[in-house]
Design a protein around this ligand. Sequence first.
Ligand code: ADP
Length: 659
Amino acid sequence: MTDALDLNDEPLRLQVQAMESAADGVVYAFADTRRFADCNARFAQMLGYAREEIPQLGVTDIHPPASHALVFEQFERMRRHEVNFIENIPVLRKDGSLFFADIAASGLTLHGTKYIAGFFRDVSARKQTEDALIAKRARLQAILNTAIDGIITIDERGCIESFSPSAEKLFGYAASEVIGNNVSMLMPEPYRSEHDGHVKNYLDTGTQRIIGIGREVTGQRKDGSTFPMDLGVSEAHMGTTRLFTGIVHDISKRKAIEADLIHAKERAEKASLAKSEFLNSMSHELRTPLNAILGFAQLLESDPQPLTAEQRDNVQYISKSGYILLGLVNEVLDLARIEAGRVVLSIEPVLLDEVLETATSIIGPLLKANALTLAVDGKRSFGHAVAVDHLRFKQVMLNLLTNAAKYNRRGGSITLRCLPAGSGMTRIEVQDTGIGIPYDKQPHLFESFERLGRENGTVPGSGIGLVITRRLTEMMQGRVGFSSEPGVGSTFWVEFPTAVLRAGAESMAAATRPQLAADQEHDNRIKVLYVEDNPANLRFMERLIGKIPNTHMLGTPDPVLGLELARAHHPDVILLDINLPGMDGYEVLRLLQNDEATCRIPVIAVTANAMPRDIERGNNAGFNGYVTKPINVPQFIALFQATVLGMERAAARATPPRH
Ligand code: ADP
């Protein structure tokens, strides 16, 4: 085309020069034919042609057929000077590859011929970025549209910028109804006001009150109803402005489940309370008659008038059966207590040899009766300690040792072994040479009331010792297991966490036992007042006290009368039942303590309320002693004498002796 141009025409020469040096590709097309007349070097290079080849091409040669209609239309409009810019037009290179160009166009007439000059700028990179952005936005939109949680974006002032379809469903508003409004419209008071405060506070101070925290808040729907929701807020910086994205999750269902769980827990707690109330009364109801049975049997046994051999036999039967019954009652109550979660453990380092010494001495009579020998394997290792509840650990060991003795053969043996069990545990094994457990019965060993075929045998038992053993062991973070060969013997083992003992830790065994008072003669008769509503127990106590020299007992079933008797007679000791008609023992004790005339009289509780909680309450209330029924006669006498003796001594120190 330069040939066709008169380059002596100064403005034209300048224009051609400018065209040559332009960064864009420039092409001149005949306005009529859309064929090219000329181009600059950049244009030829952009399309991969030699510059001389360009005049052989036309507009249709450099655009893919699909764009021809558009290109023609735009070309026409350019010709009519209606547009001078088209964006993102696909352009074909000589090699068939495509790129995208923005085309700025201008028309010009030279020597009567109309041309369109097109300035091509390759925008493929920008187009790619734009396409990527569009794809990204589409993906984001898809996420927004399908997310179960509502997604809401707000600007710095709290105005809603976007509102996802899920948010529409959650709140009942269409996006168009909320966009541009303050997000607090989605919250009921007081959150509405608080929220604005939070946003302002955050903007002022940067202190996070709402950002990033998964909070439980209340949302308000279009219809005014509210619902609990989890709100997570994140912050994004867009240039100089900030944008907050809130993700809202409806937690109504979870809340309802939580409320159900809380109700269920409350119901369970009520049931558990009812269960322990039941246990308390069962404990009382069962022990009261047992107290009379065992007490009278003991009285008969120690009667100064000798019994005939047959009578002694009979009494021994009563006594023995009574104790078996007491054992059963205790076990059943113990298991029920454990199951009701009422056992409080106090875990401390306990020396193995001390507990095992006590346990083995307790089963001594059983060993003797069955001519059993007890061997301790690897005595050294018993110097170890385990982290357990002292009392309950002893109970576990006693259970295993008693079983090893009970289910042994005459003349057999029991071996106690202690060994490290790995993972910080210590294992204690109790091996017997007994009858063993039939293989088919072994899977049922730890089932309640399962005696594995021994129910009709001569060995007494309840079938819950091992259940208790396992529960207690597990409560103390221990394990229990066994192996048994019928006819050869069984080995039961327990494992407990090994404890580290401080050097010089005080020996448990060294703990002093209460010194039992020796028989003591008194010059004056000791006056005893017994308040007890059960006539059999009153009679029993009368006889029991009657056996203690120089004593005299006053008894009454009525607590009010008991108080009057106390004031009138100044007894040396008051024995007080707790469950009394009209006024319980605690109330009687309180009235005694508040009365100058009676406040110094020692009071011993004698009660069937034998739960640890009862005993603790009794001790806290200020009883000088707490005796549980059935009464253990020697222990009672010892406590009685110690109490009387203690009072005498105190009285001797404080006041002149009474006459
Ligand atoms: P109990 O001894 O009161 O019946 P346990 O729960 O202690 O109750 O034991 C359950 C049953 O397991 C026993 O009745 C007995 O059949 C069996 N058993 C327990 N220990 C042994 C043992 N060392 N040797 C053989 N059998 C045993």
